[in-house]
Design a protein around this ligand. Sequence first.
Ligand code: DGL
Length: 269
Amino acid sequence: MNNNAIGVFDSGVGGLTCVSELQKILPHEDIIYLGDTARIPYGTKSKETVFEYAKQDVAFFRKHNVKMIIVACGTVSAVMMTYPIFENDELSSGVLYPAVKAACEATKNKRIGVIATSASIKSGGYGKAIREIIPDAKLVGQACPMFVPLVENGYTDRDNEVAKIIARDYLQVMIDEDVDTLIMGCTHYPLLKDIIGDILGNKVSLISPGAEAAKYALNALTENNMLSANNENGKLELYCTDSVELFTENVKTILGSDINGEIFRTTLK
Ligand code: DGL
């Protein structure tokens, strides 16, 4: 048993897609969330810059003495395949491998699409991980740089015309290439899943990397006998590195208005 919190981070609110799943499947766990909103987006930056940011994100959690760190950011998860940020004995997970595993289990025709930030697509990390499981998989990658600003500005409703036009443009290649499984490889993207689902139809399985990482955390904490002994609902503590007001608005849109947690501003070094 271990009652320390689980640390979850992203460049912004995308990683809350992991938090909402954690709250469902591990309701007694305390969670500390960090959104590096002052430096979002990560996905348009070089891998060296993302690596520097990620090291600071991890250092923040080491100070908070968490029992596990989840990198709920597809971009950092892809970059850390070549630039590792964890020590060997730390319990941690990115979102890339859990998402890839779920996609490889879901696909029937071995045609898997990945939408993600430009940095993630450029890294080739998703393709490499998919081919380790299905060597002859056909991978269709598409960077969607305008999705993160849409989400951070609340353009996520199913009827949002701007979001629909942009999504149709990005996703046409997935229809042309007949993918049957799509990894929404940036944790912000599942917040657009109604729009994405309407365009691709219900025959395409949509994989949420944040949700898959939460399932991985459940297994890892169970196997390591590190679940919380707490019987009450876990506490949520949220940190951002820019305006608390804007972050609070976004958090409420995603987790609901009764978030039952406190929100603070912090600086990263
Ligand atoms: N949510 C992020 C990801 O999963 C990052 C988006 C960004 O900062 O560009 O890649």
